[in-house]
Design a protein around this ligand. Structure first.
Ligand SMILES: Nc1ncnc2c1ncn2[C@@H]1O[C@H](COP(=O)(O)OP(=O)(O)OP(=O)(O)O)[C@@H](O)[C@H]1O
Length: 248
């Protein structure tokens, strides 16, 4: 069980997150939605301690999460990754095994098998010798999904995994998420996706600095909650699009 209590982040006077509390059970796929600047990325980073919390606690299996980061796979937003870094696909995915094999040791056969299997699962074994900067956006996302798989984590945090990916990559991602969910893993993903794809999620957290709603997609995506999060009154074309895309 992941337990988040009154988590808050303050960026030198700018509120990033305001007293957010929720719990996630094993085997749940949870989406985090909200407008730009709502604190979705901040929430994922604060869970890991990548940004300092000004308050609150994050426990996983009753112990502080920051003491067991080896159990967490984090895939940041595309814009946070240096795609010009001269590293091959194979080595990016192998980084997931470094903690086990040690930074200065040659990876063993078991680590290589895990990396190979992860690349095969996301259908890019043929790209293993390519540099990450030479890949398409969808291929790049698959590399980081493979790295997350190779880490064999218990908790997966994805920051906008669907941004810039094609339907094929999205389908592979959703299949992998489903497999992880059925293995009892916890998955949290921030998204700007709307429409029927939200129904794939067990739960949604609707954020706008504070947690506006937490429940099934149907419970969360109500006109009143959307108004509260996005601030647009009914009659605003943007707001109507959002509602239409979900409720049709
Ligand atoms: N490093 C930082 N320094 C100062 N303020 C920050 C920093 N990172 C985020 N913020 C602020 O914190 C708030 C939440 O930002 P965050 O990036 O978490 O939102 P988001 O929901 O992920 O947005 P988006 O959908 O645009 O990616 C915003 O007001 C943002 O300007």
């Amino acid at each position: 069980m992941l337990e988040v209590q009154q988590l808050a982040v303050n960026y030198r006077g700018v509120c990033g997150l305001d007293s957010v509390s929720f719990q996630v059970s094993p085997g749940q796929l949870v989406g985090i939605i909200g407008p730009n600047g709502a604190g979705k990325s901040t929430l994922l980073k604060a869970l890991l301690g990548l940004v300092p919390a000004s308050g609150g606690v994050v426990h996983y299996c009753t112990c502080p999460l920051h003491q067991q980061l080896e159990r967490v796979a984090y895939i940041p937003q595309r814009s946070q990754i240096d795609w010009d870094y001269p590293i091959t696909v194979w080595n990016v995915v192998m980084m997931a095994r470094t903690r086990q094999s040690g930074w200065f040791r040659t990876p063993g056969r078991a680590a290589k098998e895990i990396v190979k299997a992860a690349l095969e699962r996301v259908e890019i074994p043929n790209l293993c010798d390519r540099r990450i900067g030479e890949l398409s956006g969808g291929q790049q996302q698959r590399v980081f999904l493979a790295r997350a798989l190779a880490q064999q984590a218990d908790l997966f945090l994805f920051d906008e995994p669907f941004t810039g990916v094609d339907k094929k990559t999205e389908a592979i991602m959703l299949e992998v998420f489903e497999e992880l969910r059925s293995q009892g893993k916890i998955l949290l993903l921030s998204t700007h996706e709307w429409g029927q794809s939200l129904n794939q999620l067990d739960r949604l957290l609707l954020l706008n600095q504070c947690l506006i709603a937490d429940g099934s997609p149907q419970q969360v995506m109500t006109p009143e909650n959307l108004r509260q999060a996005y601030g647009a009154p009914l009659g605003n074309p943007l707001h109507q699009d959002l509602e239409t895309s979900f409720f049709c």
